[in-house]
Design a protein around this ligand. Sequence first.
Ligand code: DX5
Ligand code: ZN
Length: 228
Amino acid sequence: MTQRTLIAPSILAADFANLAADVARADNADWLHIDVMDGHFVPNLSFGLPVAKSLLPHTDKHLDVHLMIEDPQRWAPDYAADFDSVTFHLEAVEDIDAAVELAQELRAKGTKAGVSIKPKTAVEPLLDHLASFDQILVMSVEPGFGGQKFMPEVLSKVEALRSRIDADGLDTLIEIDGGIGVETAEQSAAAGVDVYVAGSSVYGANDPAAAVDAIRQAADGATGATAR
Ligand code: DX5
Ligand code: ZN
C-alpha cells in the first residue's frame, strides 16, 4: 500500500481533568493515541483501562492504544474489544514468536495489532514478520514521558520498514512516536512514516487543530501524498 498521512494526537499531553474537551479541540485529527504506562516497563504511570474507556462515548475516531507495560499477554487482550488498534512492546515479550502469537490473539478479538520498538531496539527481527502486524510503532524517544527531543537516528529503522513493506506489497502501517512536530514530521515522512503521534506539539499549542494541520501539511509536503 502507498504511504499515508495519519495524525494521532497523544492525550498524554492533554488536560486529564478535561479529556473529552481536549479530544474535541483536535477534531481534525485522524486518530487519537492513548498512552498506557504501568510504572514498571517505563518509569512513569499514566492511566489504565477504565480511564481509556471513559473516552469511548466522546469520540468516534480511531482509538490507538500504546501499551508501555510489562506482561502485555495478560493485559492487552482486555483492550481489544473497545479499541481500534492495540500496540504492545517487543521488549516486553520473550521473543518475536511470542509477539506474533499475541498479535494473532489481538486480531482474533477484533482489533488491529501493533508492536513497538524502543530507540535502541533493532528492527531486523521484525522484518520477516511484518504481515503479522497491522502497525509497527517506532519510538523516536525513550518511552515514558512526553516533551522529549526527537532522535533522528531511528529513521534508518523507518527506512528499512518502508522498503520491506513496499517490496512485499503489505499494508502494515509505520507509526512514529516522540518529539514529533512540523520539522520532525517532515523528516519522518521522507523516511516513510504513515502515522504521526504528537503530544506536546499539539496539546501544548494554543490552537491544537492548527497544530494538527501544520503537521499534516509538513508530512504531505515531504511525500507529495494527500491520501488519508
Ligand atoms: C512517550 C509516549 C508518547 C508521548 C509523545 O512515551 O509514547 O506518545 O505522548 O509525546 P511528545 O509528542 O510530547 O514527544
Ligand atoms: Zn505513545
